[in-house]
Ligand binder design. Sequence first.
Ligand code: HEM
Length: 444
Amino acid sequence: MTTLALPPGPALPRAVQAAYALTASQRALRHLRARYGDAFTVNLPVFGRAVMISDPAEIRQLFQTRPEAAENIEPNLGRMLGPGSMFALTGEEHRRQRKLLVPPFHGRRLAAYERIVEEETLRELAAWPQERAFAVQPSTMRITLNAILRAVFGAEGDDLAVLRDLLPGWVALGSRLATLPMAQVDLGRWSPWGRFLRYRRAYDAIIDRLIATALRDGGLDERDDVLALMLQARYDDGTAMSHRDIADQLLTLLTAGHETTATTLAWAVERLRRHPAVLRDLTAEVDAGGRELREATITEVQRVRPVIDLVGRIVTAETLELGRWRLPRGSRVLVSIALIHDNAELFPEPRRFDPYRFAGTKPDLYQWIPFGGGTRRCIGAAFANMEMHVVLRTMLRDFTLVPTDEKDERRHFRGVANAPSKGGQVVVRRRTATERSGDAAAHP
Ligand code: HEM
């Protein structure tokens, strides 16, 4: 039955709720669920007053709601990434851009990118120290950064080197500024927004050069990178993407895809070292050329350690009937990825890391939602999965990850994603050829 009231929630001031959410987000969420049920009203910076939902039927309904009735809420990120960014666009303009951006991330294309990811992984693994603890996240960050710069931007040589230096600092600064609504004032060369704009000018110059080279050199139709595909793509009316829009979208793809994938990989390492039986089975599977358990492991890592906690929508219809709630225009709805993944009815013993629960099956995409859902679902999901596959396969083929009984790493919010607090500590030993063939024989 529909009620007219919004769900109840804590009456604490916004700053207190924010501090609690930032320092103990998982605990805070579970506490709120225990107290108020699976929907409650919160008051948070950036989002303001918002209804947080975690009931599977209500989430499904929200994701299936037309954009005319509920739109995306990402105003600040859009401002950071430029007006042509997917995050800044809504309605018809968003649909138009999405139609051009989705094809490069599917099917045959992804196979072409596997080689790049494997090369970048091997380059990184070559520098790994043995028998000594180190944080794996900086490594996975470099792998996913280089993979995107090559596969998506089509950058090589000097341009690749310059972008590699420029982008991480800029994205980190932009993510921080995105959470501060008042920070977008240019107070000169050294002010945060002044620095941000300087980065932008340098970036635009490189993208202009990449585009000019691509158009001048010809052979565009033989290239697989996303920049080349964008240059050839046409809207329904036959027009091409503007170069400024291409620059904004490339930056969006990098911001959305680099740290999220790298952090999920760091969690995979963190989880696997604490689950030696899974690690053993996975390694045997790699040696035997299989992939089913690896696929299930990637799915399970994203369930127990989703790097993005929530996705949001704003009601644009006069009212939206959402399950038990009737939400007036302007209401903000946050889907709690963390809470639905922690639902014991959907995932028995939800806090247990158990990849076998997904072996041989595909998760329900309205219940397993690390990539969000509906018309705004992550367009890089298949790309990210391909990257994680190749990195894990290469890592487990060449190295033994030494198990540990250290405490689980806690979640630490890094600006874009929730990362393992110690960066995913790892100790590795390079595997010998005999070990590899021996394992294959032991696990036919
Ligand atoms: C494990 C890695 C990743 C995770 C966990 C992730 C997660 C997400 C989430 C939660 C959203 C919001 C969805 C919604 O509002 O319903 C999103 C959107 C998006 N992601 Fe990803 N993402 C990942 C990797 C990538 C990669 C590799 C790319 C591209 C190279 C990418 C590009 C995008 C874009 C462009 C959007 C905006 C889609 C739109 O507004 O229509 N993501 N992602």
